[in-house]
Design a protein around this ligand. Structure first.
Ligand code: PXL
Length: 274
């Protein structure tokens, strides 16, 4: 019998397969983690404007999914993605706590494409007050870290460090701010904070517009490594290498968007992570 860690994502479906639960499952698979899903919503795109539209999954169906995934062997790590209502955020917290899962990665997804005007204040406050406090690792991107910390636009490594500290103080045991390519300069910067030390992870920016799913995949890779028993720092370092390969080999889907290649590390770089 195979001894495979179980991973769970509580997330939305991103229909084109680059981001959302699809990114999480593909990433789990690359790391040899068996992926399971509680699907919260379905994201589709207006084919002319590529505006995203969110269709909610009924609460009853969500509860039944939780019952199903929690009826088996112990789950080694859970990751959250798009959870687009306060009720669902509360339910997810309650169900995660009841399950006793030890490794909890909270990716506080607020909007799909970094448009701050679309942020729902109620949901983002609920993410901060209800889900981030139970995180083993919280993984906001630059925009989400600005909102969660109340600091607004983050423009420097110092700004990110201040935001990470505030988010840590709201209860997350570790904070990884995924600056990625969003900060000015030639380097993709991510910052890890564990309440004591800051670690600045830096790698040359990859010039591409085909990076849909980079954030979800980074967080899912961290969850995978935690599921396999790695310490947080090691998990984040491995996840960054994985996602850099995925971004480097991103590809176009249509004139609006393109995705990271989740299998790049294994298929193109010949570096299996499972
Ligand atoms: O990349 C953030 C994200 C997360 N989850 C879902 C999404 C998106 C962006 O499109 O659709 C379901």
């Amino acid at each position: 019998m195979a001894n495979v860690p179980l991973g769970l994502t509580i997330a939305g479906s991103e229909t084109t397969g680059g981001a959302g639960l699809q990114a999480d499952l593909k990433t789990f698979e690359e790391f040899g983690v068996h992926g399971m899903v509680v699907i919260t919503c379905i994201v589709t795109m207006n084919t002319q404007t590529w505006e995203h539209e969110v269709s909610m999954v009924a609460m009853d169906a969500i509860n039944k999914q939780f019952d199903t995934v929690f009826s088996g062997e112990k789950i080694s790590a859970v990751k959250t993605g798009m959870i687009p209502s306060v009720d669902l955020i509360q339910l997810s917290r309650d169900r995660i706590i009841d399950s006793g899962i030890e490794n909890i990665v909270i990716d506080p997804v607020m909007v799909c494409k970094g448009d701050i005007s679309e942020i729902n204040i109620e949901s983002s406050s609920a993410l901060r007050d209800i889900l981030v406090p139970i995180a083993t690792v919280a993984t906001p991107n630059l925009l989400e870290a600005g909102v969660l910390s109340g600091l607004g636009v983050l423009e420097s490594i110092d700004d990110i460090k201040k935001a990470a500290k505030i988010i840590y103080e709201s209860g997350a045991k570790n904070v990884v701010v995924k600056g990625g390519g969003s900060l000015a300069g030639d380097e993709a910067i991510d910052i890890v904070y564990d309440g004591k030390d800051y670690e600045v992870l830096s790698s040359p920016k990859v010039s591409t517009q085909y990076n849909s799913g980079a954030g979800c995949s980074f967080s899912a890779a961290i969850a995978s490594c935690l599921a396999k028993g790695m310490p947080v720092r090691t998990a984040v370092a491995k996840a960054k290498l994985y996602v850099r390969d995925a971004i480097e080999h991103g590809f176009s889907f249509n004139e609006h968007a393109g995705s990271v290649l989740h299998s790049a590390s294994r298929v193109i770089e010949g570096n299996s992570l499972a």
